[in-house]
Structure formats: structure tokens, C-alpha cells
Ligand binder design. Sequence first.
Ligand SMILES: CC(C)(COP(=O)(O)OP(=O)(O)OC[C@H]1O[C@@H](n2cnc3c(N)ncnc32)[C@H](O)[C@@H]1OP(=O)(O)O)[C@@H](O)C(=O)NCCC(=O)NCCS
Length: 204
Amino acid sequence: MSAPPKTVLHATEEEAEAIRQAVRTVDVSALGPGRERADLHHVPGLVALLSDERVSGPIYDLPRPITEESITRWVAENQAQMLSGDALLIVNLDDIGQVAGYSRISVWPERSSAEIAGAIRADLQNMGQGGTGMIRSFSWIFEALGVRLMCLTAALDNVRSQKGIDAAGFRRMGEREAVRPDGTTRRSVYWEMTRDEWRARHTL
Ligand SMILES: CC(C)(COP(=O)(O)OP(=O)(O)OC[C@H]1O[C@@H](n2cnc3c(N)ncnc32)[C@H](O)[C@@H]1OP(=O)(O)O)[C@@H](O)C(=O)NCCC(=O)NCCS
């Protein structure tokens, strides 16, 4: 399951509540065309997307196996977490309304921290969308959700993710045992970046 950053920040009550409120209410369409908060009517599209190992294989925190039932439960759990301000599950729809990608943002408001995982459909991979999407998403998480710290993990052999995350300027901080929902673990590269570091690198 997604785990908060190694670095521990403490948010004030006001800061934590502002982050929760942003998670509940923020307009996700600012992330790009076709972005929507996941809803139960997206379940068939998500099952089709995530049934492809080229899409879901590298992601440790998805329910397994991928079935109509497991994804229905996952979307419902995420909807509850969106209401409590602790997570955002966002689908990316293509121009004919099919689910072409997703992002799940875990948020720890009391630690002013967040993590993101996501994937794009296999036919859209390797065309530069992932790299640009990562930069847009990281920026949006810092600025629209208001967290001060992000962490990320990627499988040791996930070269594409590692390249995108390094290119965005995240700091490698060793490795981490990512825990899957079934309790098994996966060794991962681990990164962090603060909002101040992000702003210094991307807005000056
Ligand atoms: C990871 C993912 C989001 C990357 O998006 P993408 O659009 O496919 O990747 P990009 O085209 O932006 O390429 C990213 C980088 O990897 C490089 N790359 C691609 N395939 C590579 C390979 N086999 N070996 C080395 N580098 C490779 C690209 O050249 C690019 O580097 P550059 O920016 O220096 O040119 C996407 O592939 C995906 O959804 N994968 C499955 C799920 C996943 O791994 N999610 C992330 C979990 S942390």
C-alpha cells in the first residue's frame, strides 16, 4: 500500500484542512483534457486498461487480480478517500471517451505530503506523453493541492519512470520495500522533492 515519505513534515491543523478541502473540491480538468474524477461508470474502462500487464504490471498498489469486482471496490474506496481528502483517483479519457490512463494520488494532509502512481494505455506509451504528464502532475500536486513534499517509487527495472522522475528533478534517496495489497513486497527506487525545490527548478 502507498506509504508516506521517509521525511516527516508536520502540518498545522489549518494547513492539513486546506489540503483536505483541495482534494475534495479541486478541478481535475486543469491536469489536461479528458481528466475526470473516477466514478463507478469508469469501472469497465479501468478494467480494460488495467487488465493489460504492459499498463498495470509495474504498479504495486493496484488490487489484484484485476476484475470487475476488485476494480469496483477500488473505485468505491477511492471515492470515499476523495471525500475524506486523503486520495484522488483520476481517469484520463481519450477523444472517444475511452479510459486511456489513470493517476492515483495518495495524500497525507497532516504531513503535507503526497505520492502519485499512474499509467497510460499501451498504444500511447513511448511517445513522450508520460514525461510531460509527470511534470504537469507534479506541478499541479504542489500548487493545486498545496502539499509541501512529494515522494515517488518505481520498480528497479522501470527505466521509463526512472528517467521521467530524474528529469523532473526529484532526489533519489535510496530504495524502499513497497508493500502490495496482498502483503508481498517489491523493491523500489525511492525519490523525494519539496515544493520549494520544485519552484526553484521549474518556475524561475
Ligand atoms: C511509465 C510511463 C508513464 C512513461 O510514459 P511514456 O509516455 O511511455 O514514456 P516517455 O515516452 O515519456 O519516455 C520516458 C523516457 O524513457 C525513455 N525510454 C523509453 N523506453 C526506454 C527503454 N526501453 N530504455 C531506455 N529508455 C527508454 C524515453 O526515451 C524517455 O526518455 P527521454 O525523456 O530522455 O527521451 C508509461 O510508460 C506507463 O504508463 N507505463 C506502465 C505503467 C508504469 O510503469 N507506471 C509508472 C509506475 S512508477
